[in-house]
Structures are given as structure tokens and as C-alpha cells.
Design a protein around this ligand. Structure first.
Ligand code: BJW
Length: 243
């Protein structure tokens, strides 16, 4: 299976990759829906919606401050490094991530779009200005902008539109790639989950890496069952030297 997937990757002229929380699981960052997942312990409606933030910004920020501390203690794992190595082989490439943890960038990925935002960025609720807030832990909760208004995490919550430019780049890559690799996502959250299906409709080979089956598993061309931190390095190693 790995050899077949590697052969298709080697032949591909344009590769798009979609990652989800499973890719960061081996770095120690909890996923959302599996065993030990965040949505098993917390209600998304209380913490990850604009309504929750409107009701209780302190509660929402306390949760994000806890998550920021967790993420700050984590490092990229072999899955992140393998994807950075895949990009560095050249050719048309885009890494589309739903993750907000910045670990792909830390591993060296550059042709990267973050569909659901970034945990280190904040946005002023009044002015919309986006900035980095690296403090861990936060000095004040909830943090405020210089203008006095509340800052919010620059993260896409349920019921919110995804940022237009990254979403547009992701859809264009899914439409035009000849190989779409999807790793570590339950493929339940829209619109990200529709990207591999769009790629498949447009004729791309779709390869999935996940220890568990997902709703897209019956539709993909190759399903590599296992951990991203094991499968992705093996896949990239099987490609052989960069041409
Ligand atoms: C491993 C592994 C290892 C484990 N190696 N793998 C009804 C029907 C259809 C759609 C909707 C609906 N009602 C509402 C919607 C829209 C909604 C949606 O899709 N909901 C579904 C849940 C039903 N989507 C939205 O609201 C989006 N906006 C939108 O659509 O705007 C238009 C619109 C507006 C209003 C109404 C309707 C439409 C926004 C979505 C924002 C998602 N935000 C979150 C949280 C951000 C907050 C935060 O992080 O702080 O983003 S939700 C959460 O899920 C997070 C993730 O990015 C996202 C995806 O999760 P992911 O990455 O797939 O993680 P898991 O945990 O689900 O899966 C992990 C996988 O890894 C598993 O498969 C494991 O097996 C695997 N794994 N270890 C490899 N070592």
C-alpha cells in the first residue's frame, strides 16, 4: 500500500494536502472528537461559538489560555516534518490545515493555508485588526486591544465563515491537483471535509492516512490505516531521493 501510494505521489505534478487534529496528536495536542478529545470534555456551544464569546468572554479566554499553554509546550512530530520534506521536493504543492497550533510552520512548511485560524493570533472585535499575542500565560483575561475593545482569538468558530483568501486557495488547489493527501481528520466539519471529495470529482487520486475509518474512507483511492507520525515519514522515505 505504501509503495503504491509513494508511486502515485512520485508521479504527481500538483499535490494538495489536508491535515486535521490527528496530525498533531502525537505532539501531545488533544484531538476534538476521538477518545480524550476536547469535545468529549467540553461543550463546543459554550466555548467555540461567537454566541459563547458574547455571553462570557472571560470563560472562553480562560479555555484558550489553557490551550495556548498546552500548545506552547508541544513540538512538531515526524508527521509535520514529513510534510515539510514533501513540500521541499518541489513541484506545485499546497498544505491546507484545519489546525490552529502553528506546528506545520514550526516544522518548516511554507506553502500553507490555515483554514480555521491560528491560536497565537488575536482580532479586535471593534476594529477587526489582527495581531500576534505570544504571552503564555496571558497577562490579562480577557485581553484588550489598545483601543479598549475586547480581543478575541483569531480562530473560526462554529457558524462563522472561513477566511475568504485561504478558503479560495484551498478550493483552487483541490480543483486542480492531481493528488490529494488527507491526514488526521475526521472529515466531519464543513467546508474542509468537502475538499477531498471535490478533488476526487475532478479526477485526482485521493490518499487518506488515519488509524480509524472516516466518512470519506469508502471514496478514497488508497487508505493507509495508522498514525500520521509513522505513515507519513514512511511514505516520504519511500519516494526516494528528490529528482
Ligand atoms: C489520527 C491520529 C494520529 C487520531 N494520526 N490520525 C449540519 C450539516 C453540515 C454542516 C453544518 C451543519 N450544522 C452546522 C454546519 C457547519 C459547521 C459544521 O461543519 N458542523 C459539523 C460538525 C456538522 N461548520 C461551520 O460552522 C464552519 N463554518 C461554516 O460552515 O460557515 C458557513 C455556515 C455558517 C452558518 C451555518 C452554516 C454554515 C466553521 C467550522 C469551524 C470549526 N472550528 C473548530 C474549532 C475551532 C475552535 C478551536 O480549535 O479552538 O475547528 S471545530 C474543530 O473541528 C476544529 C477542527 O479544525 C475541526 C476539524 O476537526 P478534525 O481536525 O477533523 O479533528 P477530529 O478530532 O474531529 O478528528 C481527528 C482525527 O484524527 C480522527 O479521525 C482520528 O481518528 C484521527 N487521529 N490520532 C493520524 N496519530
Amino acid at each position: 500500500m505504501i509503495a503504491d501510494a509513494a508511486e502515485r505521489l512520485r508521479r504527481a505534478k500538483h499535490i494538495a494536502v489536508l491535515t486535521g487534529a490527528g496530525v498533531s496528536a502525537e505532539s501531545g495536542i488533544p484531538t476534538f472528537r476521538g477518545e480524550g478529545g476536547l469535545w468529549r470534555q467540553f461543550r463546543a456551544e459554550d466555548l467555540a461559538t461567537p454566541e459563547a464569546f458574547g455571553r462570557d468572554p472571560r470563560l472562553v479566554w480562560e479555555w484558550y489560555d489553557w490551550r495556548r499553554q498546552k500548545v506552547a509546550a508541544c513540538r512538531p512530530n515526524p508527521a509535520h516534518h514529513a510534510l515539510a520534506a514533501l513540500e521541499s521536493r518541489g513541484g506545485e504543492f499546497l498544505l491546507i490545515t484545519q489546525n490552529i497550533d502553528d506546528l506545520h510552520r514550526k516544522a518548516g512548511s511554507r506553502r500553507l493555508v490555515e483554514l480555521h485560524g491560528n491560536i497565537w493570533r488575536v482580532r479586535c472585535v471593534a476594529e477587526g485588526a489582527v495581531s500576534e499575542l505570544p504571552d503564555v500565560p496571558l497577562r490579562e483575561i480577557p485581553p484588550r486591544c489598545a483601543c479598549g475593545s475586547l480581543l478575541r482569538p483569531d480562530i473560526v468558530w462554529f457558524g462563522e465563515m472561513l477566511p475568504a483568501e485561504p478558503l479560495d486557495r484551498a478550493f483552487r488547489a483541490a480543483e486542480s491537483c492531481d493528488l490529494f493527501l488527507v491526514a488526521g481528520t475526521s472529515a466531519l466539519v464543513q467546508p474542509a471535509a468537502s475538499l477531498p471529495l471535490l478533488a476526487k470529482q475532478r479526477g485526482a487520486t485521493v490518499i487518506e492516512v488515519n488509524p480509524e475509518p472516516t466518512p470519506i474512507s469508502p471514496l478514497v483511492d488508497i487508505s493507509l490505516q495508522g498514525k500520521a507520525g509513522e505513515i507519513l515519514p514512511a511514505l516520504v522515505a519511500a519516494l526516494g531521493p528528490t529528482p
